[in-house]
Design a protein around this ligand. Sequence first.
Ligand SMILES: NC(=O)c1ccc[n+]([C@@H]2O[C@H](COP(=O)([O-])OP(=O)(O)OC[C@H]3O[C@@H](n4cnc5c(N)ncnc54)[C@H](OP(=O)(O)O)[C@@H]3O)[C@@H](O)[C@H]2O)c1
Length: 287
Amino acid sequence: MILITGATGHFGKAAIDSLLEKGTAAGDIIALVRDESKAAELKEKGIQIKAGDYHDYDSLRKALKGVDKLLLVSSSDLNDRLTQHKNVINAAKENGVTQIAYTSIDIESFTASVIPVVSQIHSDTADYLKKSGIAYTLLNDTLYADLVPMFAGEKVLETGIFFPAGDGKTPFVARAEMAEAAAVVLSTGGHENQEYAITADTAYSFSEIAAIISEITGKDVQYLKPDADTYIAELVKAGVPEGDAGFFAGFGVAIGKGEFDTKRSDLAKLLGRKPQGLKEFLKTIYG
Ligand SMILES: NC(=O)c1ccc[n+]([C@@H]2O[C@H](COP(=O)([O-])OP(=O)(O)OC[C@H]3O[C@@H](n4cnc5c(N)ncnc54)[C@H](OP(=O)(O)O)[C@@H]3O)[C@@H](O)[C@H]2O)c1
């Protein structure tokens, strides 16, 4: 029995779809959801639904009964994320779960990152998981290609890309393909106590991304390279809360410093094919 956390979120749903496509029976999959009203589509597919909240240990302990393998999708609730992840790992241990795959991050250095609020949680969770004694698989995910349109902005075709990422490059991967890699790890053997870089072979800068969007749309899309302070000030002027603007800017600065350009990739090996290129992905958005 395989349990997927965050099953009503993008990654969890995509991982379940991939498991089904790869031949895992719906009856062998449990979806952990915190809001059952969002699980109708999963129910229709024949997936078992269990209610559980990362903050509520007792709910997790009950939900994880009879589970062999678990995909722990990192929490999107930024309030004490480490405790949330520890609760899932502890509940898994109590229930004799044999393997946990965790969606971590592929970054140059956990300790030297300019976005410790992001990197530290993954590093701490990975350490805790490794020490739990349960077989682990760390899915060290790069940034989602799905974030590129968000970083580029809604008016990218009119105003260009305004993002403080300098000339840094990122090996973006479509979230659905990252989720597929998770499904491979859960449905095939030999991934115990392994770490995988879920990254593309090629990394792209935002100048290159602007050129790709120009080619797709036939419009002249420029990459404006603001510094982080200018970017934050512009976002705040447009009504974005300062904390959120600072959070987005942090990703730009980390990209600019090359933190995601780790030059390692295990994705093609896991998928058994070359992953979709960024240009192909962006065609689905701008084409
Ligand atoms: N690599 C990247 O580029 C990148 C980018 C963004 C995020 N991430 C990380 O990857 C994770 C998955 O991404 P995603 O796109 O699938 O995010 P998402 O669509 O926001 O899904 C997050 C899931 O976590 C669930 N969740 C949040 N708090 C919970 C709690 N207290 N108890 C139980 N479940 C809880 C949410 O439940 P509900 O459906 O009820 O809200 C949702 O199903 C994110 O949570 C984040 O940690 C990575």
